[in-house]
Ligand binder design. Structure first.
Ligand code: BDP
Length: 720
C-alpha cells in the first residue's frame, strides 16, 4: 500500500515537474533537459581534480560534485591522481606546479586576490579545463562561473575567461535588529539567531554564504544602521565571531554598525565626543577586542546625525571627526569605516535633497584613507525613480561607496514583481559630466575616474527567514543582480536576467522570453503606477506601503507627501531650479543645465525638478494632466500584461512557484490600481480636470482611498 502510494507520488512529480519552494535560489542545478548539450558537457568533463587543500577549496570541490551531479544526473568523480586520463577540470592556485604547467598567457599579478582565469587546454588529446587563481576564493568564484556556464547551457569547449571584480567591497547591508525584526524587511525575520549562537550554526548561514559567494558578494553588515550598541558587547561579539568563522571560507567578511553613543551606553563615559581622548581610547580598545576575535573583521558602518541617530554633531564636531576617530581605531588591523551620507537636519531644510551634499562636499579630502562615504543612489531616499545623487562626482578625494536598496521599501515590498537591475544600471550609467572623460557614476564608484584603490558598493538586503529567502520568487533576482553588477557593472540587465531565469526556472526559450520581457519592463511599469514623471515620496506614512499623496501637517514637513509634489491649482512638482530650491546647482554645469531646462529635462525627471503647469504640453502632445493620467493607467494595464505573460508559462515551470507568482501578480494588480486611482483622484482636486474619456473611471471615491489602512504591513515605525 505504502509502496504503491510512493510510486504514484513519484509519477505525479514526474508528470507535473518537481515541486520547488525557492529555497535553492539560482543554485538549483536541475538536470539539463537538452540531451545534445548534456552529452557534449559530459564528454568535456569526466572528472575533476582540486590541487591543494583548505576549507575554501573543500567548498569548491563539494560545489563541483554537487553541481555536476545535479546538472548531469550522474556523479562525476573527484580524481586525486595527477596523471589522470580523460577530460578533466583542474582547480587550484596559480602557484601550484600542477596548475602552472598548463597555464597560458595569464599574469598572476593582474588577477589580484579575488580574480580567476578559466582556460581550456588541449594536451595529448586530453582536454583540461583549468580554473586558477591567486587565492582559494578566486578558485571558488571560478568554480561557480563554470557551473553557471553549464547551468545556462553556454559552450565550454574553448574557454579563455579572465574575471577580476571591478569593485573591492561588495557588501550586503542587513537592517536586522537584535530582536530579529528587520527594518524594511519583507521576507520574515532576521536570519541571525542570536539566541542559539554561538554554539549552533544554522545550515542557513552556510547556504546564505554559499549563495553570496556564487555571485561574488564578499561582505555582510549584520546589523541595522539604526544601531543598537549591544552588538558591541562581549556576549554578542562571541556570536558575531561564530558567524564570521562560518562565512570566512566563502570569502565573506563581517562588518557591524557602530552606534556612535556606544562609549556612553556601554563604557559609562559621560560623552561620545570624538575628540575626547577617553572616547578615542574606548573605540581603540573595542576595535582591539573585536580583531582579537575576528582578525579579518571588515569594519564599521555608521549612520550618524540622521533621523535621530547620535553622531559627532551632538558635540559640535563634524562627520570627518567622527569617521576619522573610528578609522584610527580599525586602521592597525586594516579595517575600514563606511560612513553614510544619508543625513538630514533636525531643522527642516528648504529642500531635503540638498542636505547630504551641503554637509559632505566641504569635507572632501579630510577623511582618513580607510574611510568610505556611502551614498544612496539618489538624494531623497530609494524612491522608485530618482536622478543620481549629486555627491557622485563632487568628492573626488573621497572613495564614495554606492548604496542601493535591494529590499523594496518603496517598490511594493515583496508583493510586487520589480526587477531592480534596470534601476541600478540607470544610476550607474548616468554621466555626472564632472570630468572630460565619461564620468559615469559607476566609474566614480569603481575608482577609475579619481584613481581610488579602495572602492565599494552596498545593497540593503531583502533576505529573511522566508523559505524562499526574499518573500517573492522574483525578489531573488534583485539579490542576484546586485551581486553580479557589484562584480562587474558593465554587465547588462538583460544578460543578468537571462542567466537568472535559466538557472532559476528553465533554459527553454518559451520560458526565458516572456519572463525576461516582464522583468525588463517591470520597474518602468511600477514607476508608472506609483510615481510617474519624476513624482516621489507619495507613499503611506510610517510603513511606506500604498499611496498617500495627501499626507501633510506632520511634525516634519519633509516626511510628508505634499512637501514633495507641491500640487496646487497651477500645477505640480518641486521646483529645484534656480528659481526654486536650486538643488540643480549641486550637479556639474552641464547636468544642471539639462535638468534646469523645462525643455531639455528628461520627462522621467520633470516633476522632480520643475513645478509644471497642468496644461504644459508634453512630448506626446498631451497636456501634463492627461499625460499623468495616461502614465498611471498604462502602469496598471501593464501589470495585466505581466499577468498574461506569466500565464503563458503554465505547465512550463513548477506548479508551486507558478501558483505563487500568479497570486502575487493578482495582488500587484490590485495594489497598482489603488495607487493609480488614489493618486489621480487626489491630484484631480488641484488640476480640476477630468480623467480623459478614453480611460475608465476610478472605482471608488477619493475618500474611500484615504480611508484605506494597512495595519498588517510589515515594518511599521511610529515616527516616520
Ligand atoms: C529610509 C528608511 C529607514 C532607514 C533610513 C536609512 O525608511 O527605515 O532607517 O532610510 O537609510 O529609507 O537610514
Amino acid at each position: 500500500m505504502r509502496l504503491s502510494y510512493l510510486i504514484l507520488l513519484g509519477c505525479l512529480i514526474f508528470i507535473t515537474g518537481k515541486s520547488e519552494n525557492g529555497y535553492d535560489l539560482w543554485l538549483r542545478y536541475a538536470k539539463l533537459t537538452n540531451d545534445k548539450k548534456l552529452a557534449e558537457y559530459k564528454k568535456q568533463i569526466t572528472s575533476f581534480r582540486i590541487e591543494g587543500s583548505s576549507p575554501t577549496l573543500s567548498i569548491a570541490s563539494d560545489e563541483l560534485s554537487r553541481g555536476l551531479l545535479g546538472l548531469f544526473g550522474s556523479s562525476i568523480t573527484q580524481n586525486k591522481n595527477a596523471g589522470s586520463k580523460g577530460n578533466l577540470i583542474i582547480c587550484g592556485r596559480i602557484e601550484s606546479p600542477a596548475i602552472k604547467q598548463y597555464l597560458q598567457n595569464t599574469s598572476a599579478s593582474t588577477l589580484g586576490n579575488e580574480g580567476y582565469t578559466i582556460q581550456t587546454i588541449t594536451k595529448d588529446k586530453q582536454k583540461i579545463t583549468l580554473i586558477a587563481a591567486n587565492e582559494d576564493i578566486g578558485v571558488l568564484y571560478g568554480v561557480f562561473h563554470l557551473l553557471r556556464l553549464i547551468q545556462t547551457e553556454q559552450p565550454i569547449h574553448q574557454l579563455a575567461v579572465t574575471e577580476i571584480p571591478k569593485i573591492k567591497l561588495r557588501v550586503l547591508n542587513h537592517w536586522d535588529n537584535l530582536d530579529r525584526t528587520v527594518e524594511r524587511g519583507y521576507a520574515g525575520f532576521s536570519l541571525w539567531n542570536w539566541h542559539k549562537l554561538p554554539q549552533y550554526i544554522d545550515q542557513r548561514y552556510l547556504d546564505y554564504a554559499r549563495a553570496n559567494a556564487s555571485i561574488g558578494i564578499n561582505g555582510t553588515v549584520l546589523t541595522n544602521v539604526n544601531a543598537n550598541a549591544n552588538i558591541l558587547t562581549e556576549d554578542y561579539l562571541k556570536k558575531v565571531e561564530a558567524l564570521a568563522n562560518a562565512f570566512r571560507p566563502y570569502g565573506i567578511k563581517v562588518y557591524l554598525t557602530a552606534r556612535f553613543s556606544a562609549p556612553i551606553e556601554l563604557g559609562d563615559l559621560p560623552t561620545a565626543d570624538p575628540l575626547d581622548q577617553r572616547v578615542q581610547q574606548w573605540w581603540n580598545d573595542k576595535a582591539k577586542e573585536i580583531y582579537q576575535r575576528i582578525p579579518d573583521f571588515g569594519g564599521f558602518l555608521v549612520k550618524a546625525n540622521s533621523e535621530g541617530q547620535p553622531g559627532p554633531q551632538n558635540y559640535g564636531r563634524t562627520h570627518k571627526d567622527g569617521a576619522n576617530m573610528l578609522a584610527t581605531a580599525v586602521e592597525p588591523y586594516k579595517g575600514v569605516v563606511i560612513w553614510r551620507a544619508f543625513v538630514y537636519d533636525n531643522n527642516v531644510p528648504d529642500d531635503r535633497a540638498k542636505q547630504a551634499y551641503t554637509e559632505f562636499k566641504p569635507l572632501d579630502g579630510t577623511f582618513k584613507e580607510n574611510v568610505l562615504v556611502q551614498v544612496k543612489n539618489g538624494a531623497i531616499d530609494f524612491q522608485p525613480r530618482e536622478p543620481f545623487h549629486p555627491l557622485f562626482g563632487a568628492m573626488p578625494k573621497t572613495p564614495l561607496m554606492m548604496e542601493f536598496q535591494i529590499t523594496q521599501e518603496y517598490l511594493g515590498f515583496s508583493t510586487h514583481l520589480v526587477y531592480l537591475s534596470t534601476m541600478f544600471k540607470e544610476c550607474l550609467e548616468a554621466d555626472t559630466k564632472t570630468s572630460d572623460q565619461m564620468a559615469s557614476v559607476a566609474r566614480i564608484v569603481d575608482g577609475t575616474i579619481d584613481k581610488h584603490a579602495l572602492t565599494g558598493i552596498a545593497g540593503v538586503a531583502n533576505i529573511g527567514t522566508d523559505i524562499n529567502w526574499c518573500g517573492h520568487p522574483f525578489a531573488q533576482a534583485n539579490w542576484y543582480a546586485f551581486g553580479r553588477l557589484a562584480w562587474n557593472h558593465t554587465r547588462s540587465s538583460e544578460a543578468i536576467a537571462d542567466e537568472w531565469i535559466r538557472m532559476t526556472f528553465s533554459n527553454e526559450e518559451a520560458v526565458i522570453k516572456p519572463v525576461k520581457e516582464v522583468m525588463m519592463a517591470s520597474r518602468e511599469i511600477t514607476v508608472n503606477y506609483m510615481t510617474p514623471l519624476g513624482l516621489h515620496h507619495l507613499m503611506g506614512w510610517s510603513h511606506h506601503h500604498g499611496p498617500a499623496p495627501w499626507i501633510k501637517d506632520k511634525h516634519r514637513a519633509d516626511w510628508t507627501s505634499v512637501y514633495y509634489h507641491k500640487a496646487d491649482s497651477l500645477g505640480i512638482g518641486f521646483n529645484r531650479t534656480a528659481t526654486g530650491s536650486d538643488a540643480v546647482s549641486q550637479y556639474s554645469k552641464a547636468v544642471a543645465a539639462k535638468f534646469s531646462s523645462l525643455k531639455d529635462c528628461p520627462e522621467e525627471f520633470l516633476l522632480w525638478f520643475h513645478h509644471v503647469p497642468w496644461d504644459h504640453q508634453m512630448k506626446s502632445g498631451r497636456t501634463l494632466w492627461d499625460e499623468l493620467c495616461h502614465r498611471y493607467y498604462e502602469g496598471v494595464d501593464s501589470v495585466k500584461w505581466m499577468q498574461e505573460n506569466w500565464q503563458s508559462l503554465k505547465g512550463k515551470v513548477d506548479k508551486e512557484r507558478f501558483d505563487e507568482v500568479t497570486s502575487l501578480l493578482a495582488l500587484q494588480y490590485e495594489e497598482a490600481s489603488i495607487w493609480r486611482d488614489a493618486c489621480l483622484l487626489y491630484f484631480q482636486t488641484f488640476s480640476k480636470k477630468p480623467i480623459p474619456s478614453t480611460l475608465p473611471s476610478p472605482k471608488h471615491s477619493l475618500e474611500y482611498y484615504k480611508n484605506l489602512t494597512y495595519p498588517y504591513a510589515p515594518g511599521i515605525k511610529s515616527e516616520w
